[in-house]
Design a protein around this ligand. Structure first.
Ligand SMILES: Cc1ncc(COP(=O)(O)O)c(C=O)c1O
Length: 410
């Protein structure tokens, strides 16, 4: 069954009709950053051409219109992830900044020496290093939910790892390396049982599947615009209103204040309290257009398409002798990434050879070095998929892997 009209969708992404090194481009690195449809490019260009002026600052038409569009973008994003109200959406530069905001503002204020933070063994550095740094600085203990041999979280260890001393639990809903989709419910339930706050890194989830932060009942949820058809420079932190309200500002300066005297300052309301300086409002409007585009496709259909493509990729890659595939083999619990290693070919050599054929994949540790330590390998190759990925691109990847092997006589 066809979930998305991929042929039609590809027409919205002019970059995909180009040639690279004389070959039609096969872009298999959307987990790092996705391509952008013309709708997003045009929404941003239209704004720059017709309405551009700084938001929140002017009483003239351009500024008022800009502020209105910025607010509309916030409301669209709130609706897209099931947030109760637009004020619970804080715009950041990216998911990394959103997670740092929680670490700096919430955790530095409310956690004390001896408290425990729990993350998992599969985290991206963005959801690892802020907690590691904070733990060292404040005498907190950092604990890890371990992985099973298949690359899913070992939830049988939850009661052991999340203890009455745990104040905060943070985990990726979808792994950018293993593709593992984690059901947040048991983790949220255990965190609630010990009174810990829950942070979810949704960087690889929001672009690819329906997400509802209220149903999930997390306290914070972070993601980036550039992985979900939106521009760079814009990310999102969702937070429960009462928590955001109780937290001190992260960055200070213009826009985030209610008033300033020579003696002191008072803070603006949530979410503006967390948006110091001129915000990336054109990028927010671009992200709003991306959300419109994804909503028109339907997130159920996006997920169904990726599940099918991933199943096909898993099947084709398992035919390759000497290929080691990482992560769950069941596409039902796996997002659209295929991380693998080939006997005798370094992932960087493979990526370079594939580039000659117009194929873009990722090689390295994918900003998840501790996970690679756990997997016992320094580097892996990763192909990742999105709404514009076609089965023929998987075929091209597999065919060129065979060719690369011949070149390298492996
Ligand atoms: C799971 C996960 N978390 C966080 C990030 C960080 O995103 P950004 O670099 O946009 O802040 C990424 C990006 O690769 C990711 O895949």
């Amino acid at each position: 069954m066809k979930h998305l009209n991929v042929e039609r969708i590809r027409l919205d992404f002019p970059i995909l009709s180009q040639a690279v090194n004389g070959k039609p481009v096969v872009f298999l690195d959307s987990a790092a950053s996705s391509q952008k449809p013309i709708h997003v490019l045009e929404a941003m260009e239209r704004f720059y051409r017709s309405t551009y002026a700084n938001v929140h600052r002017g009483v003239y038409t351009f500024s008022e219109r800009g502020t209105e569009l910025y607010d509309q973008a916030r409301a669209k994003i709130a609706h897209f992830i099931g947030a109760p109200r637009p004020e619970t959406i804080v715009f950041t530069r990216n998911a990394t900044e959103a997670l740092n905001l929680v670490a700096y503002s919430y955790a530095r204020t409310f956690l004390q020496a001896g408290d425990e933070i729990v993350i998992t063994e599969l985290e991206h550095h963005a959801n690892f290093v802020p907690w590691l740094t904070l733990a060292k600085e404040r005498g907190l203990t950092l604990k890890f939910i371990p992985l099973t041999a298949e690359g899913t979280l070992d939830l049988s260890k939850l009661d052991e790892v999340i203890s009455p001393k745990t104040r905060l639990v943070s985990f990726a809903q979808v792994s950018n390396v293993l593709g593992t989709i984690t059901n947040p419910q048991p983790i949220v339930a255990r965190a609630r049982a010990v009174g810990a706050k829950v942070v979810v890194d949704g960087s690889q989830a929001v672009p690819h599947m329906p997400v509802n932060v209220q149903e999930m009942d997390c306290d914070f949820y972070a993601f980036s615009g550039h992985k979900m058809l939106g521009p760079t420079g814009i990310g999102v932190l969702y937070g429960k209103y009462e928590l955001l309200d109780a937290m001190p500002p992260f960055l200070t300066g213009g826009d985030m204040i209610a008033g300033v005297t020579f003696e002191g300052a008072t803070w603006n309301e949530v979410p503006l309290k967390f948006e110091a300086g001129t915000p990336a409002f054109v990028e927010a409007i671009g992200l709003g257009a991306a959300v419109d585009y994804l909503s028109a496709l339907g997130m159920e259909a996006v997920r169904a398409h990726e599940r099918e493509i991933t199943a096909y990729a898993l099947e084709r890659m398992s035919e390759v002798a000497g290929a080691r595939i990482f992560g769950p083999t069941d596409p039902a619990v796996r997002g659209g990434v295929l991380t693998f290693a080939l006997n005798g070919i370094h992932p960087h050599d493979l990526a370079t050879l594939l580039d000659r054929e117009g194929i873009a994949i990722r090689a390295g540790h994918h900003c998840a070095q501790p996970l690679h330590i756990r997997l016992g390998i320094n580097a892996t190759a990763r192909a990742s998929f999105y709404v514009y990925t076609e089965p023929r691109e998987i075929d091209a990847l597999i065919e060129r892997i065979y060719k690369a092997r011949k070149v390298l006589r492996k």
